[in-house]
Ligand binder design. Structure first.
Ligand SMILES: *Cc1c(COP(=O)(O)O)cnc(C)c1O
Length: 398
């Protein structure tokens, strides 16, 4: 185990050491991949005691595993929460949290600017089980309060939202939620705890697609939930146990490894994204750029209040609309035309036909996902190469 007092160290150091240091059983400096489905009990009483909770120990990898635990411990530290629980995907994390808080007849108030999969869960899947969701414009916090009914059981927000980079004022929404005694769940995928710590701003539960910046290398799909120990214990002991959306030990290990460089990666993502956003902002063929770090972002002041940096995601609309955007996506050479985000590699995609194709054409308009919107996940390459690539691709567009 680490000899360091992790309470007094900075975020960068926590990223490297927060999973607990070397393995107590072997001294292995890197956390081992405990690739085992089951764990031997010393005797019948030991097994029975672990099941009743009288003794701590591992039973079966769907309920817990040391490699998963190392990742969870570190995520709890980084988000400033009591405990964390890892899942096999961001959607497994989000759907399990929702099902733990809501049952048939219940209602959720959510922002309308969401990852396409979350929107689909809310408007297509949950209604089949009698859970309804009101999706509202998160720019005005009062919209959350207006949508609350006696059946409301939770408030859900994504800030900055995918792909419009619209923000919710976390403190204001949390105040409304507290007044109505509702938990606030925040998808912190875009910022990571490096730039935004929602629990400190009044949120109750943080969810991530760990597939993105947490893993950081585009080599795994995973999710994680951070919150109070009491909540996480129930989530693990009842809902993860029964629904089964667990992470594999190998993927948990990839996330622990990814976290070691989270702070350096996020700084570089942000530096590059700001340069790319500024370049696009002044390009004659670009209509609008969405990046919370630009002073022209309508919510730049909220961004500065609740985020310590603005992340690596940039969206924009070309004057030539969708056709021009398609031509650009076909012409880039350093950027890869692919969905997902948060990788060290730069990615480019078209939300309306790809990640957000779960939105109806009307909903795309309501949420502000222009048909011509192009989304960039700015990687950690040299910013000059990224700008040069966009320059050459933009040349071929009318
Ligand atoms: C990708 C993503 C998800 C879904 O996560 P998966 O790991 O793909 O299941 C949820 N929220 C946001 C903001 C995302 O970008």
């Amino acid at each position: 185990m680490s000899k360091m007092n992790l309470k007094n160290v900075s975020f960068d150091t926590l990223c490297v050491h927060g999973s607990g240091g070397y393995d107590p059983a072997t001294g292995a400096v890197g956390i081992p991949i405990y690739q085992s489905s089951t764990f031997a009990f010393k005797n019948a009483k030991h097994g029975a005691d672990i099941f009743t909770g009288e003794q701590e120990g591992y039973v079966y990898t769907r309920i817990g595993n040391p490699t998963q635990a190392a990742f969870e411990k570190e995520m709890a530290f980084l988000e400033g929460g009591e405990a964390a629980l890892a899942f096999g995907s961001g959607m497994a994390a989000i759907s399990t949290v929702v099902l733990s808080l809501c049952k048939s007849g219940d209602h959720i108030v959510s922002s309308n600017a969401l990852y396409g999969g979350t929107h689909s869960l809310f408007v297509h899947t949950l209604p089949k089980w009698g859970i309804t969701v009101s999706e509202i414009d998160q720019v005005d916090p009062a919209n959350f309060e207006k949508a609350i009914t006696p059946a409301t059981k939770m408030i859900y927000i994504e800030t900055p939202a995918n792909p419009t980079l619209v923000l919710a004022d976390i403190r204001e929404v949390a105040k409304i939620a507290r007044k109505h005694q509702l938990p606030v769940v925040i998808d912190n995928t875009f910022s990571t705890p490096y730039f935004q710590r929602p629990l400190q701003l009044g949120a109750d539960i943080v969810v991530h697609s760990a597939t993105k910046y947490i893993g950081g290398h585009g080599d795994t799909v995973a999710g994680v939930v951070i919150g109070k120990k009491e909540f996480i214990d129930v989530l693990r002991g009842e809902f993860l146990r029964d629904l089964g959306g667990i992470i594999s030990p190998l993927n948990a290990w990839l996330l622990v490894r990814g976290l070691k460089t989270l702070a350096v990666r996020m700084r570089r993502h942000e530096q590059n994204a700001l340069q790319v956003a500024k370049f696009l902002q002044f390009h004659p063929k670009v209509e609008t750029v969405f990046y919370p770090g630009l002073s022209t972002h309508p919510q730049h002041d909220i961004a500065k209040k609740q985020m310590s940096g603005f992340g690596g995601m940039v969206s924009f609309v070309l004057k030539g609309g969708r056709k021009a955007g398609e031509k650009l996506m076909n012409s880039v050479q350093v950027f890869t035309l692919a969905v997902s985000l948060g990788d060290v590699d730069s990615l480019i995609e078209h939300p309306a036909s790809m990640t957000h194709s779960t939105y109806s054409p009307e909903d795309l308009i309501t949420v502000g996902i222009d048909e011509g919107l192009v989304r960039l996940s700015v990687g950690i390459e040299d910013a000059n190469d990224l700008i040069q690539d966009l320059t050459q691709a933009l040349k071929g567009i009318n």
